[in-house]
Design a protein around this ligand. Structure first.
Ligand SMILES: NC(=O)c1ccc[n+]([C@@H]2O[C@H](COP(=O)([O-])OP(=O)(O)OC[C@H]3O[C@@H](n4cnc5c(N)ncnc54)[C@H](OP(=O)(O)O)[C@@H]3O)[C@@H](O)[C@H]2O)c1
Length: 244
């Protein structure tokens, strides 16, 4: 399969649904060999079958980005199997609505451990495989630029990804690896349902037409297929009718 990512190895965390799944399918369409990570084995199996049907080269690994020991083992197996990674998409994440007054500490911990520590461990484990011409894409959020009153800790995790992506850019630029922060507004995925339940999620999408996961995947593919001299630092992508 020829395409802009022909023979490139692309690893995506949070690949079992939403944006991550759309990125996997988009880069596979461009000829990439994909490596999909997430916790839900059944979803990864279904994705695997879909990739098989499309003739795409792929591997999957079941893992929780909060489990550092397991992450190190999983990336050990990835390093044994793949000589290098061309694109790393740090995407696994979740968010719960809460006020500061009433939020549950365990949920805050889950958000911080998944969105922030999970991202850091993913990047650290993948770095030995990244070489010249590679791209790290970190999926942040519009609420990482403008805090959400209803999701303060989620916003904090996404704000915190910005100094990390910029420091990473400085760390990797001499190696010829570029770093992109993709900051979506509202996207129709399982995110709202996981954090707020199905009814709240469908109400949210009544406000204005959200982005589709494929819209964000397009942005990721675009950033990753620029010439090696071009480093796209940030992409803010929002639904046309979204106010914030
Ligand atoms: N949807 C939006 O409006 C929106 C807007 C801005 C930014 N984002 C960001 O986009 C990213 C993707 O979210 P999405 O919207 O596509 O939602 P989604 O459909 O719920 O997908 C989230 C993905 O993250 C994975 N994940 C969650 N916790 C994990 C963990 N502990 N270990 C490994 N994987 C984990 C999930 O897989 P498993 O459950 O199978 O592990 C799933 O594949 C997130 O970082 C989110 O913050 C979303």
């Amino acid at each position: 399969m020829m395409g802009a990512l022909h023979n490139k190895n692309v690893l995506v965390t949070g690949a079992s649904s939403g944006i991550g799944r759309a990125v996997i399918l988009a880069v596979a369409r461009e000829g990439a060999c994909v490596i999909a990570l997430a916790r839900r084995a059944d979803r990864l199996e279904a994705l695997s079958a879909e990739l098989d049907a499309r003739g795409a080269s792929h591997g999957t690994r079941v893992c929780d980005v909060r489990d550092v020991t397991r992450m190190r083992r999983v990336f050990g197996s990835i390093r044994d199997r793949y000589e290098h990674l061309d694109v790393l998409v740090v995407n696994a994440g979740l968010g719960y609505p809460s006020t500061i007054a009433d939020g549950a500490v365990e949920r805050w911990r889950e958000e911080i451990e998944t969105n922030l520590l999970g991202a850091l461990v993913t990047i650290q484990e993948a770095l030995p495989l990244m070489s010249t011409g590679g791209t790290v894409v970190v999926v942040s959020s519009v609420v990482g630029r403008k805090p959400s009153r209803s999701m303060p800790v989620y916003s904090a995790t996404k704000f915190a990804l910005h100094p990390i992506t910029e420091a990473l850019r400085l760390e990797l630029r001499e190696r010829g690896v570029r770093v992109t922060s993709v900051q979506p507004g509202l996207v129709r995925t399982e995110f709202a349902e996981v954090g707020q339940g199905a009814d709240a999620a469908s109400n949210l999408y009544q406000m204005f037409p959200p982005l589709e996961p494929e819209d964000v995947a397009d942005a990721v593919v675009w950033a990753a297929t620029r010439p090696p001299r071009v480093s796209v630092s940030e992409i803010l992508i929002r639904p046309t009718e979204q106010q914030f």
